[in-house]
Design a protein around this ligand. Sequence first.
Ligand code: SF4
Ligand code: SF4
Length: 417
Amino acid sequence: MSILKEAKNYELLNTCNKCGFCVQSCSVYKEHLNEAYGTRGRLRLIKAVADGELERTSFYEKIINSCLMCEECSKNCPSGVQGHLLVQMAREDLAREKGLPFTKKLPLEKILPNNKLRSFSFKSFRNFKNIVIRPIPSLHSIRGININSVNIEKEDFLTSYKPLEVSKNSKFKVGFFVGCLMNHTMKEVAHSIVRVLVNEGCEVLAPQEQRCCGTPAHTYGHSKITRELALHNMRLFNEMKVDVIVTGCASCGNMLKNYAKVFKEDNELKDLTLEFSAKVRDITEFLMDDLKISVNKNRNNLVGKVTYHDPCHLVRGQNVTLQPRKILRDIKGIEYIEMPGANKCCGASGMFQYFYPEESMAISNKKIENIKKTNADYVVTNCPACYHRLKGNIEANKLPQKILHIIELLDPGKQIV
Ligand code: SF4
Ligand code: SF4
């Protein structure tokens, strides 16, 4: 039996009353103005498949995969329908019933879960980029993704990480979940996170054995790999007996907090998942809510206007919106400007930007227009995927803004020019 027909899932599909309240909040719908691409339309199609009225056609697959997982529909539904979760369920059904295409199967099953293979892939791509892509401007943008602007580290953060000394009476024993993208493309930001935490009196452990959080596998319905990765990460961090698990990646944080939901029906794992997920914090949440740090001094003498982009997986996935803004408003010497549409998706959404380049670019361009309206000198965010998408588009549009991860503003050891 298809998972869509399982009683608890089928019931969820039937809670949509078709009011259409969600449609206007769906960025993908706005690009197509076609009911099928809005949340209500997607849910109707999923129900038709569940009822046997519709085959899992390639058009159906296209619609189901063209969701950003931005959660806007779920936040705006008066009936509490979790549209993004139902789309995720439909993807799981597609993966089970039809199997994943090779273009997804290879990264999801083989590359991302395997630390060695992932490292090898990043390094190979680094060489390819330096030798082939960089000298040929027409290759700098692949399907609208500004590949040339992405820095890929020669040596990743976790391989070279040596714990920094901390006073004996550390306030918290912190497990640092770095995340694949930060590990391989934003090593200096990862070092900034460690320095800020150690300066605040925390012991920071960043185990090399940590694996992908599972977001890509979960997003595309590969439950076996999601489960495997989650179990590995939970056991690893639980055995280290850390007080909290901190990350500077919105998508990783969202996934780690959701392990409890992924395994909610697994009685055997209930305690493990609850213990783990309760410890997960976004770096801004941990600094402001747990450590209650004071940021009323300018730690790296940055001056100018600063604006902020909310990653979907932080603002809606984790309800973290005040903490980053408090940090930016409190730092002396900088002026915080709220961006119009700050909480709208940047258009990246993992593999979405590769598979749906036109929609992704149109959504990204709206973000670029909003950045221009702020006249800010710096655009700050808190997620490596958003960081790269924004950086790539800012550079491609020749805008003057510089992009920063929020932790860089708090790290006295970081030179911002
Ligand atoms: S998902 Fe919610 S907002 Fe959208 S049509 Fe259904 S009930 Fe209305
Ligand atoms: S999660 Fe975002 S893109 Fe997907 S249906 Fe909901 S609003 Fe649209």
